[in-house]
Design a protein around this ligand. Sequence first.
Ligand code: NAD
Length: 338
Amino acid sequence: MTATRILVTGGAGFIGSHHVRTLLGPNGPPDVSVTVLDDLTYAGNPANLDDVRHTDRFAFVQGDICDPDLADALLAEHDQVVHFAAESHVDRSISGAAAFVRTNVQGTQTLLDAALRHRPKRFVHVSSDEVYGSIRHGSWPETDPLRPNSPYSASKAASDLIALAYHRTHGLDVRVTRCSNTYGSHQFPEKLVPLFITRLLEGRPVPLYGDGHNVRDWIHVDDHVRGIELVRTLGRPGEVYNVGAGNELSNRELTGLLLTACGADWDMVRFIEDRKGHDRRYSVDFTKIRTELGFMTAKDMSSGLAETVDWYRTHRSWWEPLLRRSEKGRELPMRVLS
Ligand code: NAD
């Protein structure tokens, strides 16, 4: 059987590396080979791929998705693309949006142009629930208009719409996933879950934005990857699939769970000035992927969080140098309110 050659962009990052380990792991499809294209920005970590490095079905290319020649050469040699590579942290997009527009918008368009020349069988674009904006009540179906608020979500919305445009205009087999907030192992310690866990494990206080009542639907990374795999293998061209877990928690509630899991209490929490333009609530309606593709989450929040805390507890050598480097010169730059 000829292997399906899959190009995974951003495969050295958090979710991308879980996807690669799933594809090449013992329960992955037997007939795939994987090339990771990743520029190893601050968020990309080659160690995330150590488990698969030995297999002859794996290759790694360090490079920029904005490089048209590299994109062209790689698309010529692959049957499918799963596109994770992005600048992914909202706070960083507030202090500087240029890298977000370049990588997320121009990088996606560069890959799609190369795809146009080589016509891969599938192009899965990994988007985000943040593209919908903020919702007070109810949940967004895939048909809702995109009303992104942060520079990050605006750049993701632009790339999501460009990807769909290449399907409608050029007939490329593009499929889009819009998943909710994802947690799990191997996540760079700057977003809420890994930042709070690593700080609490070091006995340091954690910064909670505003009143802490912002709500997100939290999904374990294995479930996010399962959703992407269903879309890659069984989804329909030109379709968007929301991926969610129905685990809506305010940041306060999530903080409470993390404090308990790390054996700490509320004395360790510092309420800080809110993030600019902080979206109040995200909630995706993921009926479509459930009914059409049979998606179900497998990890409940309490065991998923316990496993995640355990991973950070036992992998200090993975995150301690990253934390030191990311904090250099920007130790809690926020104004503490209490
Ligand atoms: P991440 O920041 O951990 O990883 C991003 C990866 O992309 C890194 O390995 C980085 O080196 C690479 N990269 C960045 N710029 C690049 C460039 N110009 N060329 C090549 N590689 C480049 O991100 P993540 O949290 O794993 O998110 C992956 C994707 O999933 C993103 O597209 C993100 O928008 C989306 N997403 C994330 C979440 C979440 O909660 N983390 C939720 C929904 C969707």
